[in-house]
Design a protein around this ligand. Sequence first.
Ligand code: FCB
Length: 442
Amino acid sequence: MIAGQFPEKFLWGTATAAHQVEGGNRGNDWWAWEQGPGHIKNADTSDRACEQYGRYASDFDLLRSLNQNAHRLSVEWSRIEPAPGEFSRTALGHYRDVLQALRDRGMEPMVTLHHFTNPTWIAQAGGWDAPQTSEYFARFAARVTDELGTLAPRWITINEPTVIAYQGYVRGDWPPGTRNLGAAARVLVNLLRAHWMAYERIKARHPELQIGLAHHLRVFDPARRFMPQDRAVAAAFNRVFNETMLKSLRLGQLVFPLTLAGRARGPRQSQDFIGLNYYTRELVKFNHRYHAELFGERMLPAAAPRSDLNWELYPEGLYRTLRSLEREKLPILVTENGIADHQDAMRREYLLSHVAAMLRAIAAGSPVRGYFHWTCFDNFEWAEGYSAKFGLIACDPVTQERRPRPSAQLYAQICRLNALPASVVLPPAAQPVEPAGPSDLR
Ligand code: FCB
């Protein structure tokens, strides 16, 4: 391995979610939410998105021409099971064609079973705050892997459980728009139970499949490093947001504070790999008025470079997170990492510095097996609508024209070389920074 080189068979791809790219998904809770006033920036809807339901073949041609050897996507539950227990042959056949199209191009598919959206019938019966949703999800997961399991070696049950609970049940900015800490904790318990049930059922039928979960992990540092209160709230954020799910999955039982919200048990070690979605860090400052948020006011560092969404560029956080995951003793896939940058002014630096951080972590012993950039095409970015441009490739939501940005060429070079290009001068490692204004991060 020469300096800058990644391990053999490393997976290089991009990640998407069905609702953000397919278009025409009207049978789920997000579609209903999009119709509500003020829910989505500029009143955008996912009606067309990237029209990828029909355009997947040419889109995959483009990604393959950019040297990607893998692709992460999700299947849309509401298409596959539009009514309880009714599985659509057409939808299953469609996803069979999609996964086969990737394989025909030499790209390894990785499939997410649940990426934020719920069929309308699930939402109407209480969504993730209803215990029976876990059972419905496990039945869906078993059916989909029975039909499509031979086409993809790695499956992700649920994308970002903590984000589902936080956005939908603490902030109330996403469906179902609830603000209730107790409900958020129950939702986490039901999501964990859903993963456990799905894991057991899939493994019993298809032991060869590798099953994981995509965790959104974020670095929380104390806003004032010398203040014990700030250190305490940052540690509490880290525990609740980053560690609770991982620990529960490792032990096969709920850990505090989830023990306050319900009962559930599962198998020990119910992940075959860790999916890591890493974007940024936040600083946390003790504030007694923030009791609904564990007394932590989230802040942004003063002089730090930021994305269009005001997220700090903090590649060191990827290194720190990967190193901290070594305790799990499981292979790791970076299942998301990217930046909203409509001018493509910072994406090259973001890409290089994060890939370099990942390489450093690998050299230090971190078992990373692949990297999926978020994302290939600008798409429907949930409450941000089409305003947040995360794509290596610009996608005009009106004309549907695809236009690779310069950063797409840089990523293509990395994918081809399986290495950081030799000409790259890496930016210096980030220095400690002082906090400035409050963060409006989700
Ligand atoms: C992640 C989500 C993904 C996208 C990116 C920007 O939290 O999994 O769907 O919204 O953020």
